[in-house]
Ligand binder design. Structure first.
Ligand code: PFF
Length: 466
């Protein structure tokens, strides 16, 4: 059977932008900003999107389009070695964890969508979250969210994912901009905006490494980089167009949506004098529910807000499910619908563990996923720089304009050398953190540089073997 491909270039861009725009923008980004020193975090995060996110995104695009296969098949076929196929299993594992916690939050959102329409949470917004967040009900709503995700992936690349994101993305933009315009009319909106955009240099100085780690994690998460979903989407590209231009478009669009989401969330909270900067997955839900329950037309605004969140979450979750589906379809010839249904069932089981055990959810959502994304990206970057090498620059140049052609070589050095040095630091810190070992930063840095250099030397030597 011939492999599917996107109908148009816009179809690909919208699908990839749909993967990027998600809970990371509407839920995680405003709060990370609030907790990490306002616009100081914002600037660092923007810089990291540009320095790490975009080159990483382009590495995934290059691998995917070159191989026209899922991440496992892509790494093994391009390197002509099954060992790299084993490395390609990392993204499969990552998407399992990603979707298992993401679908829990997706379930909460659906619950709040219904709750806004019926006014269910209006009397006790705080207690409401606690009553629905973890337990059998959370499993039920998560199942609905997973079913909606599977229904789209069921339809395939063109008639499922492309058709859905073509409608969802414009809807997200229109509704979110409408909400932001409405938000600016609220009293207290000015305070919200100035908080969001305030620059806390002292905070940044004192907590530099923490803020840097948080900003790196957020930069990868928001662009869907490191999970292999962008390899998968790029594997459905039919003809050669500029990957650099597409990547830049997606990154700019995703960032703008994040900023507009901030313009919605902060005025809403400040207009209500609600606490900002609280941590925990439920903070946004509790605070916004509080806002909607007191504002005029709160029900309507609540429905629109959670409606946007539903669309954003779904346009991302479909990319998480598509990856293992593509793996089964490409590598084992499983029929798409079977693969989709089987995997959705499996995710429900994994997801239920997250929906029933808050401690598991917290660990997966905040620690494990960030670590797996950094690890996955590190592998993709090493692969691009040290296995593909000049093939990668050739692929980068295919369809690129003159600027893209000039950028190809510097990009390869950034991807193959500079970023792996930085990311080994992130991964090492993450692993040590999970293992509960604390070392001074200098030791971690020395360890990471040694590991990265060892990887360079090893890959260079074994290139023909791997
Ligand atoms: N980018 C998505 C968001 O911001 O919500 C999350 C995500 C989707 C991460 C897909 C990773 C991924 F592969």
């Amino acid at each position: 059977m011939t492999r599917e491909s996107w109908t148009t270039r816009t179809g690909f861009i919208l699908a990839a932008a749909g993967s990027a725009v998600g809970l990371g923008n509407v839920w995680r980004f405003p709060w990370m900003t609030a907790q990490n020193g306002g616009s100081a975090f914002l600037m660092l995060y923007l810089a990291l999107v540009l320095i790490v996110g975009v080159p990483g995104l382009l590495a995934e695009f290059v691998i995917g389009r070159r191989a026209r296969r899922n991440p496992v098949g892509a790494l093994s076929s391009l390197s002509e070695s099954d060992r790299w196929g084993v490395v390609g299993l990392i993204p499969v594992v990552t998407t399992v964890f990603l979707l298992s916690f993401y679908s829990v939050v997706g379930g909460w959102i659906l619950r709040y969508l219904v709750g806004s329409a019926t006014g269910a949470y209006f009397d006790a917004p705080g207690a409401y979250f606690d009553s629905i967040a973890f337990g059998p009900e959370a499993v039920a709503f998560q199942a609905v969210f997973l079913a909606a995700t599977a229904a789209i992936v069921f339809g395939g690349v063109r008639r499922g994912i492309e058709a859905a994101t073509k409608v969802m993305m414009p809807a997200i933009v229109v509704l979110l901009v409408g909400l932001a315009a409405w938000g600016t009319t609220l009293s207290g909106a000015g305070d919200g905006l100035s908080f969001f955009l305030s620059f806390d240099a002292a905070y940044l100085r004192e907590n530099f490494f923490d803020v840097l780690g948080a900003a790196t994690g957020q930069a990868l998460f928001t662009l869907s980089v490191g999970a292999g979903t962008m390899i998968t989407y790029a594997s459905y590209l039919g003809e050669d167009r500029s990957l650099a231009a597409d990547g830049a478009t997606i990154a700019v669009f995703n960032t703008l949506i994040g900023v507009v989401a901030g313009l919605v969330v902060f005025p809403l909270l400040f207009a209500q004098d609600l606490p900002v900067g609280e941590s925990g997955p439920g903070a946004l839900f509790v605070s916004l529910a509080g806002a909607f329950s007191t504002l005029p037309a709160g029900r309507l605004v609540g429905v629109v807000f959670f409606g946007v969140m539903t669309l954003a979450a779904l346009s991302s979750s479909i990319s998480m499910l598509e990856l293992p589906v593509a793996f089964l379809v490409d590598e084992y010839d499983v029929e798409r619908r079977r693969a989709t249904a089987g995997l959705a069932g499996l995710f429900l089981v994994f997801g239920a563990v997250n929906a029933l055990r808050p401690a598991v959810f917290d660990f997966v959502a905040s620690t494990l996923v960030d670590l797996l994304l950094s690890l996955g990206l590190l592998c993709f970057l090493l692969f691009t720089g040290w296995v593909l090498g000049t093939d990668a620059t050739e692929e980068f140049r295919n369809g690129a304009g003159s600027l893209g052609r000039v950028l190809a070589l510097p990009w390869l050095y950034v991807v193959g050398v500079v970023l792996p040095l930085g990311l080994t630091f992130t991964v090492t810190t993450g692993v040590l953190g999970v293992a509960n070992v604390s070392l001074p930063s200098a030791a971690v840095a020395a360890l990471s540089v040694t590991a990265a250099v060892a990887a360079f030397v090893g890959l260079r030597r074994s290139r023909s073997v791997l």
